[in-house]
Write a protein that binds this ligand. Structure first.
Ligand code: HEC
Ligand code: HEC
Length: 346
């Protein structure tokens, strides 16, 4: 009998939702695929491509339009607005620290930043280019001033192609990181980096159970190899007023990508780094304040009603996840040749 006891105890500890949270911080550099090491030349080119609106059909929308790196890395809109004012169905997530995430998109349908970066240009409601071929021939190659930058980053030969377009952007995105925050300084030993209220909120975050999903260095779940996601059901508890009020079940989540019944309403656990800057919240941007987002999470994911004090403390803690941002300057872009003017006007 005696021998069984510790085993049972152990199981009970593991299963309890009020697990003590292990506090982790971001490493100074994000994981990088072997075939795309970061170089200064790639980052320089990637930044130009990221800010250039001429890779949209109308010449008006760049990556930065929806993921503004002068702000929180998104657009503070419920859903993104692309070419010709078209609205998409989901909110733009932040690009800040996306480099640390093991899968991309709310539903985790792309494994890497490289794979992700090829999508928006041909998405009809985002940047609206007809095809990658059209992007490469009528824009990237036509703007001849890009050639030396591609050659510097990728060598000579036929280097202006969609793969290198995506690789350069991904290299730039791997510089969009905020490993230094009051939270990370606190965890590393600076006990004054967080206020008393923030520390109280940190403890509540763990004891209430938020850390059951938002664990790991990015608060996006335990670390996974690139390409493997950490998914959870949202809402887990659906018998509450929030579900209809904020239309939380209209989007099937991961199901929309895989069409597997078991993936219905599964979502990647998103990062909470810089969360104070990225309102409105959730995949459909339906919740405007961080206070309300915390209440919704407690109810839909943990079936708990929080006091106003709990909410205020947790929000104070989440503000401690706002990082120190590397300064961004606007790149100078190569001139627009007549053929590209004509292509944009047509
Ligand atoms: C019209 C607005 C719009 C434009 C333009 C746009 N995006 Fe996005 N982006 C979104 C939306 C919306 C999502 C989330 C879609 C989803 O999850 O289904 C997203 C997702 C992402 C993600 C995933 C982040 C995460 O946490 O999962 C990255 C990275 C990203 N975009 C980078 C880019 C890059 C690079 C470009 C330019 C090549 C770009 N985006 C252009 C709206 C936009
Ligand atoms: C069972 C897993 C789970 C638990 C527990 C959980 N979350 Fe979440 N959280 C998620 C998922 C999944 C999402 C993405 C929801 C969506 O698709 O919009 C999310 C989204 C969020 C968001 C919005 C992110 C954004 O970018 O819009 C915040 C803020 C948040 N959670 C905070 C918390 C807090 C605070 C707690 C504790 C009260 C908590 N979460 C508990 C899984 C969880």
């Amino acid at each position: 009998m005696r021998i069984i006891k510790p085993a049972i105890l152990f199981a009970a500890v593991v299963a309890t939702p009020v697990m003590a949270q292990q506090w982790q911080t971001l490493p100074d550099t994000p994981p990088t695929p072997e075939d795309n090491p970061i170089t200064d030349a790639k980052v320089e080119l990637g930044k130009m491509l990221y800010f250039d609106p001429r890779f949209s059909s109308t010449g008006t929308v760049s990556c930065n339009s929806c993921h503004n790196v002068m702000l929180g890395g998104e657009d503070n809109r419920p859903v993104a607005v692309g070419v010709k004012g078209q609205k998409g169905g989901r909110s733009a997530p932040t690009v800040w620290n996306a480099a640390y995430l093991s899968v991309q998109f709310w539903d985790g349908r792309e494994p890497t930043l490289e794979a992700q970066a090829k999508g928006p240009v041909t998405n009809p409601i985002e940047m609206g280019m007809e095809s990658h071929e059209v992007l490469v021939n009528r824009r990237l190659k036509a703007i001849t001033g890009y050639k030396p930058y591609f050659e510097k980053a990728f060598g000579s030969g036929d280097v202006i192609n969609i793969d290198n377009f995506a690789k350069a952007i991904a290299a730039y995105e791997r510089t969009l990181i905020t490993p230094d925050s009051p939270y990370s300084r606190y965890v590393k030993g600076d006990k004054k980096a967080l206020t008393e209220q923030q520390i109280a909120g940190m403890k509540k975050f763990a004891s209430i159970g938020c850390g059951g999903c938002h664990s790991g260095p990015a608060f996006a779940g335990p670390e996974q190899p690139l390409g493997k996601g950490f998914f959870m059901k949202f809402p887990t508890f659906s018998n509450n007023e929030y579900v209809s009020k904020y239309k939380l079940m209209e989007d099937g989540g991961r199901f929309e990508a895989t069409k597997k019944e078991a993936d219905k309403h599964l979502w990647r656990v998103p990062t909470l780094l810089n969360i104070a800057l990225t309102a409105p919240y959730f995949h459909n941007g339906s919740v405007q304040t961080l206070e309300e987002a915390v209440r919704v999470m407690a109810k839909t994911q943990l079936n708990k009603d929080l006091s106003d004090q709990d909410v205020a403390d947790i929000v104070a803690f989440l503000n401690g996840l706002t990082g120190k941002f590397p300064e961004q300057t606007m790149p100078r872009l190569p001139a627009t040749p007549p053929s590209v003017v004509a292509d944009i006007v047509k």
